[in-house]
Design a protein around this ligand. Structure first.
Ligand SMILES: O=P(O)(O)OC[C@H]1O[C@@H](O)[C@H](O)[C@@H](O)[C@@H]1O
Length: 319
């Protein structure tokens, strides 16, 4: 059952959101749903707390009994922070990120849905640009588990005219952060989509190394972003001496990321068939040295008939 603490502060969060956002449709559904889940439940899930984040946006903080912590903004359903028990944040939010409910949050784990892009609609789709609602929160064997939901609204319908439901379950453990994304076709007609978890990892780019992609087919945007070049990854270990923007098709279920700061992060997945590596190098002079994006993706489109669902999981864990 949905349970969130800090019920008293929620209405002010809701009011602020409605007040500050000119695009009412984008926010109203979420605000009301969150209110309902707070008011309607007897509410207090250990390790899960709703609070105000930057720009007064609603933020859920997950804390495990072991001392790990994650922060999730309802705007974009975006995990912005994942701290392991010694306090280090393994995710990265760009210094140019804005928290105004207007632009996607540039950092953490933004969603790309229903399009990875480029394509017919806005780059990376609209899911990172809308408010998700809390539909459940649980404590399972001490682990905080939060489930968010996104459904179509007039805002999304104007770009992509389908009825859908996306459920995003976030599970925090002592040394791991897992997510499960389920997309269901709630329309009467079939649709197809591409998607990704555009994870920004904190790193020292000169020391960043990604292992596990050797042999994958690649689509590299490095020479000409408009015409990705096909190839095959020949390296055991991918490093980042310059601009990198590459899709890896049929990537393995486990990659290993050394972040150059002394951490080894396992990036495991089920059903995210592809991967993307991205570092903008001098295109983002102020921050490129401090992060790398290692993204689980589904570039080849998923097609769903009415009532069908697609599920993929990601598990990030430290050695
Ligand atoms: O939208 P953001 O967070 O700035 O990320 C943009 C980048 O995202 C990457 O996933 C793409 O491969 C790049 O082509 C793109 O430039």
């Amino acid at each position: 059952m949905a349970s969130i603490s800090m019920a008293a502060s929620l209405s002010s969060v809701t009011n602020l959101k409605l007040h500050c956002c000119p695009n009412y449709n984008r926010f109203s559904t979420v605000s009301m749903r969150v209110s309902a889940s707070i008011d309607g439940a007897a509410i207090s899930t250990q390790g899960i707390k709703l609070t105000e984040g930057l720009g007064n946006l609603p933020k859920v903080v997950l804390t495990s009994p072991h001392g790990s912590e994650a922060e999730v903004y309802l705007f974009g359903g975006c995990v912005t922070s994942w701290r392991i028990p010694n306090g280090k944040d393994l995710l990265f939010v760009r210094p140019d990120a804005v928290f105004n409910g207007q632009k996607p949050i540039s950092g953490g784990i933004p969603h790309c849905f229903p399009q990875f892009g480029p394509g017919k609609i806005q780059q990376h789709g609209f899911a990172r640009n809308m408010n998700w609602s809390v539909v459940d929160s649980e404590s399972i064997e001490g682990k905080p588990v939060l489930t968010l939901e996104l459904k179509d609204t007039p805002y999304s319908r104007a770009m992509w005219d389908y009825s859908f439901q996306a459920l995003y379950k976030i599970i925090l453990d002592s040394n791991s952060l897992s997510t499960e994304l389920t997309v269901t076709n709630t329309d009467k007609k079939a649709f197809s989509f591409s998607t990704a978890l555009h994870t920004y990892f904190r790193g020292l780019i000169n020391g960043v190394a990604v292992t596990g992609l050797k042999g994958c087919k690649t689509l590299s945007k490095e020479l000409d972003p408009k015409n990705p070049q096909e190839g095959t990854e020949e390296r055991d270990v991918v490093i980042f001496p310059g601009f990198v923007d590459c899709v890896y098709l049929d990537a393995p279920n486990e990659l290993l990321l050394e972040n150059g700061l002394g951490d080894i992060i396992f990036v495991k997945n089920t059903n995210w068939s592809d991967a993307v590596l991205w570092n903008p190098h001098l295109q983002m002079e102020a921050s490129y040295k401090d992060f790398v994006c290692v993204e689980n993706a589904k570039i080849t489109e998923v097609q769903l008939q009415p009532e069908q669902s697609w599920t993929a999981t990601q598990q990030l864990s430290v050695a």
